[in-house]
Design a protein around this ligand. Structure first.
Ligand code: PGA
Length: 264
């Protein structure tokens, strides 16, 4: 058994919230609390209009600014869409892909998400691939089946050399915005399964190193217990990332916590 120390990556997903001014104030107050020497990372996935001003504000600091979506094409007649190269040009370092709100409200399928991951990698953006089962699938005992399919199809055709920056986020759809997070035990069980699946789809070495976040009703009260689990390497936070106080508390606690090397 090998012990690997994976970084802890905390990312806020602001969804469709905040003005540029509110976002600037938030980021200017957050930055001084981030440790530049830390192996751990903190990011904010913000609306497109805020990528440029926030990436300028965060330049030279440890804070990552990212996008919440992008199109799979490099350019073209796609009214209302945005290319990966454009969000990169505006200063984004990462992009969330396959979020359940994109899958369910905007009917994005695994093949489309796969093309976006390929494009994100090509332009040099770090993809955060979200996977997760619905309440119905959870109750029907189909969690593993759904997660296996989303990982297999989402990463189709990609070799580990292309996926060095990949982050996976396990976000059970029933936990998102519900105020009922998965228990640390449930999240751990599914995330260990994600790692096992990645080992069989790609390589064991890759699976040992990849950061797997948990997302779904994370708040300052449950964050630490989730992060204590061996296969939870970070958090993707929606509602609780909108308030500077609660986001900073989660970030502070994650930076203070002396997480041991994780054994795989
Ligand atoms: P939540 O959202 O923390 O508000 O549940 C998480 C997400 O959708 O990424």
């Amino acid at each position: 058994m090998e012990s690997v120390r994976r970084p802890c990556v905390i990312v806020g997903n602001w969804k469709m919230h905040k003005t540029i001014e509110e976002a600037r104030t938030f980021v200017n107050n957050l930055i001084p609390s981030l440790k530049s020497s830390s192996k751990n990372s903190v990011g904010l996935a913000v609306p497109f209009t805020m990528i440029l001003p926030l990436s300028q504000a965060a330049e030279g600091t440890p804070l990552w600014i990212g996008a919440q979506n992008m199109n799979d094409s490099s350019e073209g007649a796609f009214t209302g869409e945005i290319a990966g190269s454009m969000v990169l040009d505006a200063g984004a370092q990462f992009v969330i892909l396959g979020h359940s709100e994109r899958r369910h409200i905007f009917h994005e399928d695994d093949a489309f998400i796969n093309r976006k991951i390929i494009r994100a990698v090509e332009v040099g953006l770090r993809p955060i691939l979200c996977v997760g089962e619905t309440q119905q699938e959870f109750e029907a005992g189909q969690t593993h089946e759904v997660i296996e399919r989303q990982l297999r199809e989402g990463l189709k055709g990609l070799k580990t050399t292309k996926l060095k920056k990949l982050i996976i986020a396990y976000e059970p759809v029933w936990a998102i915005g519900s105020r009922h997070s998965a228990t640390p035990e449930i999240a751990q069980e599914v995330q260990a399964f994600c790692r096992q699946t990645l080992a069989s789809l790609l390589t064991e070495k890759f699976a040992e190193k990849v950061v797997i976040q948990y997302g779904g009703s994370v708040n300052p009260l449950n964050a630490q217990k989730l992060l204590d689990q061996p296969d939870i390497d970070g958090l993707l936070i929606g509602g609780a990332s909108l308030s500077l106080e609660s986001f900073m508390q989660i970030v502070d606690d994650s930076q203070k916590s002396n997480r041991k090397g994780k054994t795989t």
